[in-house]
Design a protein. Sequence first.
Length: 155
Amino acid sequence: MSTSGGSSSRGTKLGSSSDLSSSKSPHNLGEPVGIFVYGTLMRGFKNFHMTQRAGWWHSTPGHVEGYDLYLLPFGYPAVVEGVGQVFGELQLFRDMQEALSVLDPFENVGRQYERVTVSVWTREGPRAAWMYRYLQPEQIKRVGGVHEPSGRYRE
C-alpha cells in the first residue's frame, strides 16, 4: 500500500508512525472489524460484486460522524473530513487481509483514496473499521462534485 504519513483528527492513515496493525484505532475500540462503505460497494449497488469477491459475509447499517459526502460526476461518491454524518454499512469479511488486497486496488488507494480507521456507529454501538477517504478534497468542486447534505449515497 502506498499511503503514508501521520494521523488526522478524524481518521488514522495506514502506514502512520503508529502502525495500525499493532495499535488501537479511534476511541480505543481495538482493531478494525470490517470496512465501512458508503457508496457503490454497498449491497444493492453496482460494485457490490467486488465486496463479494473480497469475501464479504455480512453487513450492518451504520454511520460515521465528522465527514461529508460528495457525489462525483464519475458515478461514485467521495467522503472527506467535515461536519456531517455519512450513512452506509459496516461490511464484515471472512479474511480481512484478503478483503483489503482486493478492495485497496479497486479503490485506487494512494492515488485517489486513502484507507483510514474510523468509528462506525451501529445498533450494537461504536465499532472500529476501515474506510476509504478521498485524497484530494480541493478537487471535488473543480470536477463538479456536489455535496449531499443527507449523507446518504444514491445512484
